[in-house]
Design a protein around this ligand. Structure first.
Ligand SMILES: CC(C)(COP(=O)(O)OP(=O)(O)OC[C@H]1O[C@@H](n2cnc3c(N)ncnc32)[C@H](O)[C@@H]1OP(=O)(O)O)[C@@H](O)C(=O)NCCC(=O)NCCS
Length: 183
């Protein structure tokens, strides 16, 4: 599955993307992606193989150079554990920080949201972001997502220097298909 925008291609990962991805995942920019840290090119190649099997896990690629500058991914969820209608998705996004502040994340996420709503039967999209992550909050707002709540000390991805969990405050944003269509 390939999505094309003015400046970008969104496509599944290939093994040859390993070097580009290692550039930004050798040291993930935010705590929520620490578990995705890659320690070597070999580890990155293995990761690319896994990702290549998931057609909603997409590389954000510059059209002009075929360089992978980031990623966007989500998985279908039901509204309860027995639900067979998987119409809820929680998109996550990450750019190589050398490519931020150029509108690429918005361009990719807008096209990805369109795809989820129009091709994948999405009814509701939601996103979590740490309360200190202003660029991600701006992106949610630019996409027309509503801020639904702030969950205090909701999750812990890393420990404090003394070994105790560092709890993060998490903001939730969301948008419904009818809201996407109305804007
Ligand atoms: C979150 C993240 C994806 C946002 O990236 P971004 O580049 O700031 O987001 P956008 O694509 O919306 O770009 C917006 C900026 O580009 C500017 N811009 C420049 N050229 C542009 C163009 N042609 N079109 C649109 N915007 C443009 C906008 O003015 C805007 O700047 P502003 O925020 O000062 O108003 C990025 O910061 C990131 O990857 N962070 C690390 C990972 C992360 O935090 N992931 C989310 C975890 S919850």
């Amino acid at each position: 599955m390939i999505i094309e925008t003015e400046r970008l291609i969104l496509r599944p990962f290939k093994e040859s993307d390993a070097g580009d991805v290692l550039t930004y995942l050798a040291a993930p920019a935010v705590h929520c992606f620490y578990s995705m840290k890659l320690d070597s090119l070999e580890a990155a190649k293995d990761e690319m193989k896994k990702r290549g099997e998931d057609d909603l896990y997409l590389a954000i690629v510059l059209k002009e150079s075929d360089k992978v500058i980031g990623e966007i991914f989500s998985h279908p969820e039901g509204t309860n554990p027995e639900d067979e209608v998987m119409d809820t998705f929680s998109p996550c996004w990450m750019l190589n920080l050398s490519y931020i502040c150029k509108g690429y994340a918005y361009e990719a996420a807008h096209a990805y949201f369109d795809h989820l709503f129009n091709e994948r039967g999405a009814r509701r999209l939601y996103a979590y972001t740490e309360d200190t992550n202003l660029p991600s909050q701006h992106l949610c707002e630019r996409l027309g997502m509503r801020r639904e709540g702030l969950f205090m000390e909701f999750v812990s991805f890393i420990n404090n220097p003394d070994g105790t969990p560092l709890y993060e405050n998490t903001m939730q944003y969301a948008i419904l298909k009818k809201e996407w269509e109305a804007q």
